[in-house]
Design a protein around this ligand. Structure first.
Ligand code: CUA
Length: 174
C-alpha cells in the first residue's frame, strides 16, 4: 500500500467516525437514562404523565432564567404546531417522538434534529433577530411525511416575558 492509499483510508475512517458523533451528541441515550435511574420514556404514554404531557409543551422560562422549548413529533405533526421563542437568547430544545423516527428541521437555518421514540433529542437554538421560520420533517416517516410541518416565531426578547404561557405555546397571541 502506498501513502496515497493509506491517507485515503485514514481520511475515510475519520469521516465515517464523525457521523455517529454528529448524529448522537444531542440524543438522550436510553442506556444513560437507565444508568442514571430515570424511567424510560414510553412513546405511547407520553400524553399521560411526565415531561411531555400536552400542558407542558411549548416555551417555558425556567426559574434560573433559561428558556426551554418542549415539543412532540408524531405522525404527521409537530406539537405545538406553532411556537414562540425569544430572540437573542439560547433556547434549550427538548423533543421526542410518539411513534416513528422524525427529524425537526428549521428551514433557512442549520438546525436539523433527529427525533426518535423513547429518547429525548436536545439542542440549543439561538436566533439573533425576530422572524418567522417554517419547519419540516426531514426523515421519511410515512404517507403524511411531506405535510409534516410547523412554525417557529421568534419574537423580540423584551416582548417575550409579557406573553402568557398559553400564548408562548401555540402562537395564540397572533
Ligand atoms: Cu415526520 Cu417525516
Amino acid at each position: 500500500m502506498n501513502w496515497k492509499k493509506i491517507r485515503t483510508v485514514l481520511l475515510t475512517a475519520l469521516f465515517l467516525s464523525l457521523i455517529p458523533v454528529t448524529r448522537y451528541y444531542q440524543i438522550d441515550q436510553p442506556i444513560l437514562r437507565s444508568l442514571e435511574g430515570r424511567r424510560p420514556l414510553n412513546p405511547v404514554e407520553l400524553h399521560l404523565a411526565g415531561e411531555f404531557v400536552e400542558s407542558n409543551l411549548g416555551t417555558e422560562i425556567d426559574s434560573n432564567g433559561s428558556v426551554t422549548l418542549r415539543m412532540l413529533a408524531q405522525q404527521y405533526l409537530f406539537i405545538p404546531h406553532c411556537v414562540l421563542i425569544p430572540a437573542g437568547v439560547p433556547v434549550h430544545l427538548r423533543i421526542t417522538s410518539a411513534d416513528a423516527v422524525h427529524s425537526f428541521a428549521i428551514e433557512g437555518t442549520g438546525y436539523n434534529v433527529k427525533v426518535l421514540p423513547g429518547t429525548v433529542s436536545q439542542t440549543q437554538l439561538q436566533f439573533p433577530d425576530a422572524g418567522v421560520y417554517k419547519t419540516a420533517c426531514r426523515e421519511f416517516c410515512g404517507a403524511g411525511h411531506y405535510a409534516m410541518r410547523s412554525v417557529v416565531k421568534v419574537v423580540p426578547r423584551e416582548q417575550f416575558p409579557a406573553l402568557r404561557p398559553e400564548e408562548r405555546g401555540n402562537c395564540a397571541a397572533e
